[in-house]
Design a protein. Structure first.
Lengths: 284, 502
């Protein structure tokens, strides 16, 4: 056993270096439906390979923090980040840039949803949330955690711990919906696109749970590229990449994200997100 | 002894059991066990539909995931053994023992999250995350097993026999069957660990399993779960020792490509990431400036008072409640699992039930119960208790079967309680207290589900990219486990037995 292992380890180290030279690698986690990740994004990789003339590979990740780590370690040079994870990543990798965002991400928003037992109705005024149980989505989500927490604290003038009877993190937008529908939590914060899709597909019983408040808009998902890609993949690579992303018109590819199209973006678009993250203490 | 004579009818194990029940009821009083869910049936219906109509084709690269689950477990065990054997020989040394206790105390998931920073999303991360804590466990268990080796062969060896031969013939060979037995059992644990590592991004079954359940794709989730239970249930058919010579080279061959290890990443991790924010990038000498020290004290105080302390209390409360429930459940289920009480048919059915209970990751059990009972501690308690009693019953039924009973014995509950239970009870308690250590470690995963244990705060720190905070919490987590392990050993005067550890 020992010998096999030693031999194999030395073999491996030979192969591994070859396997990764000059491949442009990216990662992406869509905000809805994470099934068939590799199958879907390998098609995006094929499209990028074709357009950019370098080998492009997709690596699946499980969470935004894993994506940030992979980006920071230069294991991926391009990533489809959420608003907050993009800010985290660009702070950790100086010189990295937001180059494109989804069309919808220019004016993204969150919904507060409530179980019917709360008897709250949809309103443009901020609802009275005292003493309800409440769930966010994932801890590091922009639309399921960061912005909702900010809007709630801003509108009530109190930290969330003093408002709700119980605060949870469902871990995912679809789970926030199913948990509020089941009454596990009375109120929840959810990504508007995930909610709209769920209603459209009939995955949610709107007689049991409905939207009670719609947040102001903010910038969200974006493509962020590593510093130094121009040196590694040739001058003008970043520009070419930006054009290729924005020029993506194939509905099938865009559905993986899912976005209508991609539009140009820049780092300063995300200053509001960074400010908010600092306000609620998620960034130092 | 005279002073205690009034209570002498209460035996040693009764005292320990009463003490345990007292602790559990105190914790249960403080635990948050409110039942909240109002309307769980439509979601539970969807889950049920998923299990009734599992979709085995919904998962991409399914064979790949199955194979990687096995391959990570194989590598983890192999490297764990290579490290664990030498450590076992040095285990008498208190430093080695303490180091191993510390390493064991940190859950595989957290090891993986640490290695993720150093090695990135690579097979090394997953394999080391299994190998390291397993090595520490092997060290302790092998040391325990080897100590039981009879001495007579050692004395009968000719004079001048070299140390290595003396060790191999005199001690090792005596215990060889036990050691192989334990490794085989540990392989089952490694498969579970390997799957669970998928939750944080390793390409094993857990990767797809977690996504499927989190996003409500229950048909896919049901199929994956069925496959996983079958994989574990059929170990003895496909994992014969001789087959390892085939599997290991295959595992090496099919390992996903490993990115080059960047020594800068390792250096950055130990020189920057682990430092509290105010010390990062500061010259070493300035660390001792008064304002820096004040900031450091402030930082640690905030972390300890807002995260470590509440996390620790919640962890202990949850673990004690789960321990109490495990105790009761195991005692209730055990009679149904021993040939001294039940006919063969019942035992076969119960074996299947046990297999399912112990194969299901607690995370998923807790997830289902959360729908049913709401977001209190209750789902986590029940999940931990079910999983652990499944394991306890599996291990204890072998013990119960081997108890020798008089010919007049009839399979009735009174005779069972009088003849069988007392014979296995000390062992049962030993195992239970060992499980306590495991339960505390496992609260980590439930923390990721939102129960505010230490694991919850560790996970939060990792997701906010605050590694120094995460590491401080991990040190306290490990410390807690080491203390619990020590106290449990003291309380029980641990009878040494291989079955105590998993």
């Amino acid at each position: 056993m020992k010998l096999t292992h030693l031999l194999s380890a030395s073999f491996l180290s030979l192969f591994s270096t070859v396997a990764l030279s000059a491949t442009f690698t990216f990662t992406a986690i869509p905000d809805e439906d994470e099934s068939q990740l590799r199958t879907r994004f390998d098609k995006v990789a094929d499209y990028l390979t074709e357009q950019l003339g370098v080998e492009v590979k997709y690596i699946p990740v499980k969470s935004y923090s894993a994506a940030v780590t992979a980006f920071r370690n230069n294991q991926v040079q391009l990533a489809w980040f959420g608003g907050l994870s993009g800010v985290q990543a660009r702070r950790l990798v100086p010189g990295s840039e937001a180059i494109a965002q989804g069309f919808e991400d220019q004016f993204f928003k969150s919904y507060l949803i409530a179980h019917k037992s709360t008897e709250m109705a949809a309103s443009t005024n901020f609802p009275l949330l005292n003493d309800y149980t409440f769930t966010f989505g994932s801890k590091d989500s922009t639309s399921g955690r960061l912005m909702p927490q900010y809007f709630i604290e801003k509108n009530t003038g109190k930290p969330i711990e003093q408002i709700f009877k119980r605060i949870g993190f469902s871990g995912d937008h679809s789970r926030t919906i199913s948990q509020v529908e089941a009454g596990v939590y009375q109120v929840g914060a959810v990504n508007y696109k995930v909610w709209d899709t769920a209603v459209e597909n009939g995955d949610v019983d709107t007689s049991k749970v409905k939207v009670i408040w719609e947040s102001p808009t903010y910038p969200d998902y974006q493509w962020t590229v590593h510093s130094g890609v121009d040196e590694k993949f040739g001058a003008g690579f970043k520009e070419k990449l930006t054009k290729t992303l924005i020029g993506m018109t194939d509905k099938d590819l865009l559905a993986s994200f899912p976005r209508e199209s991609f539009v140009p973006a820049k780092n300063s678009d995300y200053e509001p997100i960074e400010r908010v993250a600092k306000t609620i203490g998620m960034l130092d | 002894m005279i002073a205690y004579s009034r209570y002498s009818f209460v035996g040693h194990w009764q005292k320990i059991t009463l003490l345990l029940l007292l602790m559990v009821s105190v914790c249960w009083f403080f635990a948050d066990t409110e039942v909240i869910a109002l309307d769980p049936w439509s979601e539970l219906g969807r889950m049920w539909q998923g299990f009734v109509h599992p979709d085995f084709f919904a998962t991409e690269y399914l064979l790949d995931a199955l194979w990687q689950t096995i391959s990570f477990a194989l590598f983890g065990i192999t490297i764990g053994l290579l490290l664990g054997f030498p450590l076992a020989l040095w285990y008498q040394h208190p430093l080695v023992a303490a180091m191993c206790a510390f390493i064991r105390a940190i859950h595989e998931i957290f090891w993986a999250l640490i290695f993720l920073q150093i090695f990135g999303l690579s097979a090394i991360t997953g394999i080391l995350a299994i190998a390291l804590p397993y090595a520490a466990t092997f060290a302790r268990v092998f040391a325990d097993i080897l100590q039981q080796a009879p001495m007579h062969t050692l004395f009968s060896l000719p004079k001048g026999t070299d140390k290595l031969s003396a060790f191999i013939y005199g001690r090792w060979m005596h215990m060889y069957p036990q050691i192989v037995d334990y490794i085989r059992y540990r392989f089952e644990c490694a498969l579970r660990s390997s799957a669970v590592l998928g939750f944080i991004g390793m390409p094993t079954l857990g990767f797809y399993l977690e996504s499927a359940f989190r996003q409500g794709h229950y048909q896919q989730g049901g199929a994956l779960l069925i496959l996983f239970v079958l994989l574990i249930g059929s170990i003895r058919f496909w994992a014969k020792p001789i087959m390892l010579w085939l599997y290991l080279p295959l595992a090496v061959y099919f390992l996903p490509p490993i990115p080059v290890i960047d020594s800068q990443l390792i250096w950055r991790f130990i020189s920057v990431d682990v430092l509290p924010p105010m010390l990062q990038g500061q010259p070493f000498l300035s660390w001792f400036d008064t304002d820096k020290l004040a900031q450091l004290v402030n930082w640690s105080y905030t972390l300890i008072s807002q995260q470590v302390f509440p996390g620790m209390v919640a962890t202990l409360v949850l673990a004690f409640c789960a321990l109490g429930l495990t105790h009761v459940l195991t005692l209730v289920l055990l009679p149904f699992n021993t040939r001294l009480m039940m006919p063969k048919v019942v035992i076969l059915i119960m074996r299947a039930v046990n297999l399912i209970l112990r194969s299901l990751p607690e995370y998923l059990l807790a997830f289902v119960f959360m729908m049913l009972l709401g977001p209190s501690m209750l789902p986590a308690i029940i999940a931990l208790a079910l999983h652990n009693s499944g394991l306890m019953v599996f291990l204890m039924s072998r013990q119960a079967d081997s108890v020798s009973v008089p010919l007049t014995y009839r399979p009735r509950i009174d005779q069972y309680s009088y003849l069988v239970l007392p014979a296995i009870y000390p062992h049962f308690m030993g195992l239970l207290f060992y499980r306590f250590e495991v339960i505390i470690r496992e609260t980590a995963i439930l923390g990721m589900l939102g129960v505010m244990t230490l694991g919850f705060y560790v996970d939060s720190n990792f997701s906010e990219i605050r590694f120094s905070g995460a590491l401080l919490l991990l040190v306290f987590t490990a410390g807690l486990n080491v203390v619990v392990d020590y106290l449990a050993r003291r309380l029980l005067h641990y009878p040494r037995n291989r079955l105590q550890a998993c």
